[in-house]
Write a protein that binds this ligand. Structure first.
Ligand code: TAP
Length: 489
């Protein structure tokens, strides 16, 4: 059995009726084991297998095939064969499949949301209201582009086979961000989901079957990092699309340097959420909470550094703590849950370690009284005060529900502190002044700057980073360039 990030000594077989709300009960059918999805059908892998478990209960959900190099090679060959037809199909025909997929995602939305919450640990109200609808929206949006590529301002020729590797924090949504534009442009895909969250990608494979998508256009190969490595290194892959950690992104960039492959990397972040003294404070508190506690803080663009103007810092902090005390942590399938489970034992260790370091380095740590469930992986919403820019919790991505608070006096100081990071993915600005929003947006070195809101996503809007947050854009018209020939990013 392959090592698994979720593994604990006491796993039990899955039970699928543990949702407290009857309406979310028993609407998913998790099979005991899954093969690889290659050439339009599920096939056995040559490699080993691993277990995926529910991070909120530690129950085993299913046994998953781990693709080895031969499986990866086969999947790429199958995708190449499918490309010969798919790549020449009129855009209007390809669009029909994308629309069909989008509609099936909507129709099966509840099932997908429950499955995602079980496998990932995120609250059902987020999977239901964010992950699933935005995933469907991506397919609708890119379906609309498939027959209009000539108007996109780029070329119209697809690249070929796209090798796509995605992380565990938004499993279905990241899949949609990757697959929808690739298919719209006429490419075929081999996608590897993260080891800890393969189930919604495998459900998506069923959706491809249901949509009668031609065999081999989408192939899903499960496995660990080595499977991803074999995929991006495969010589017949034309395009590598990766979302994940900066460390792995850097290794991928090195491994494909000098090859014909086109690469986009969506990597880590350490976003500043900046609150000025004229900000609408109630709204800002909600934005801070959403910025860091949405999806347990497992968000590359999370507002993990709160920069608050000194004159309102005490008030903002007091109100933030009162709001944090109302957050409900627990069963991801309970519709009232605000904070679900941490995705894996490994990620929980990382969050604990960095939080302990924050305390040891002298920052003040606070969490509301919060009883953690006995099983599963949990971390309470946490805020650190008296944080300086030298602290590791202000510099490193924690990827958990942990907020570091720093203060500033002037807009210039806010800009300097916000940009004092190797990352450059996102930022937030809270102020009543429109001119200040424009000024800050100009000065902040971040791919996305939200004003008086945070963590808002839309398929029409390009998303991507600067500096160590990666390169290339996903979403919007800009997201097409990565999948068309001759368009340098
Ligand atoms: P990674 O460890 O980088 O894993 C991402 C994906 O890459 C997983 O599918 C992983 O497989 C695979 N992988 C691991 N080693 C690989 C290698 N050498 N070659 C090719 N693929 C490899 O990140 P993670 O722990 O899943 O996700 C957390 C990180 O991703 C955070 O730093 C976060 O900021 C970043 N992230 C960024 C964004 C955007 S949009 N910028 C979005 C989400 C997450 P296994 O899962 O099997 O190891």
């Amino acid at each position: 059995m392959a090592a698994n990030k979720h593994s604990t000594s006491s796993t039990t077989q899955a039970r699928f009726d543990y949702a407290p709300a009857p309406e979310s009960r028993a609407i998913v059918d998790i099979k005991p084991s899954y093969g690889l999805f290659v050439g339009g059908e599920f096939v056995d892998g040559h490699g080993r297998s691993f277990k995926t478990i529910s991070p909120s209960t530690e129950e085993v959900l299913a046994e998953i095939a781990e693709a080895d190099e031969a499986d990866v090679d086969n999947a790429v060959k199958v995708a190449r064969r499918a490309f010969r037809t798919w790549g020449r199909m009129p855009g209007s025909e390809r669009a029909k499949y994308l629309y069909r997929i989008a509609r099936i995602i909507q129709e099966r939305g509840r099932e997908i949301a429950v499955l995602e919450s079980i496998d990932n640990g995120k609250p059902i109200k987020e999977t239901r209201d964010v992950d699933v609808p935005i995933a469907a929206a991506h397919f609708f949006y890119y379906a609309g582009w498939a027959d209009k590529l000539a108007y996109a301002g780029y070329g119209t020729t697809p690249l070929g086979v796209a090798g796509q590797v995605i992380p565990w924090n938004f499993p279905l949504l990241m899949l949609a961000w990757k697959i929808a534009p690739a298919l719209a442009c006429g490419n075929t895909v081999v996608l590897k989901p993260a080891e800890t969250t393969p189930l919604t990608a495998l459900l998506f494979a069923e959706i491809c079957q249901q949509a009668d998508l031609p065999a081999g256009v989408v192939n899903i190969i499960t496995g660990a990092g080595s499977t991803g490595q074999a995929l991006v290194a495969h010589p017949d892959v034309d395009k590598v699309a990766f979302t994940g950690s900066t460390a792995v992104g850097r290794a991928i960039a090195k491994s494909v340097a000098g090859s014909h492959k086109k690469v986009t990397l969506e990597l880590g972040g350490k976003a500043a959420n900046i609150v000025f003294d004229d900000a609408p404070i109630d709204q800002a508190i909600e934005g801070i909470v959403n910025g860091i506690f949405f999806n347990q803080g497992h968000v590359c663009c999370a507002g993990s550094r709160l920069l608050v103007q000194e004159s309102v810092a005490d008030e903002v902090l007091a109100r933030l703590k009162r709001r944090m005390a109302t957050l409900r942590l627990g069963d991801p399938l309970d519709k009232n849950t605000d904070i679900g489970a941490i995705n894996s034992a490994e990620q929980l260790d990382k969050i604990r370690e960095l939080s302990d370091i924050g305390e040891a380095e002298g920052a003040g740590r606070w969490s509301p009284p919060c009883e953690l469930p006995k099983h599963g992986f949990w971390f309470p919403p946490t805020v650190f005060t008296n944080v300086t820019q030298a602290h590791r919790i202000a510099r490193e991505e924690i990827f958990g529900p942990v907020l570091s608070v720093l203060t500033f006096r002037t807009p210039a100081e806010a800009v300097e502190k916000a940009n004092n990071t190797p990352y450059g993915l996102s930022a937030g600005v809270w102020t009543d002044k429109g001119s200040r929003i424009l000024h800050m947006a100009n000065k902040l070195k971040a791919g996305v700057v939200w004003a008086n809101t945070f963590n808002k996503f839309d398929p029409t809007s390009p998303f991507g980073g600067y500096k160590e947050s990666g390169y290339g854009r996903e979403g919007g018209r800009h997201g097409l360039a990565a999948y068309l020939k001759g368009e340098d990013l």
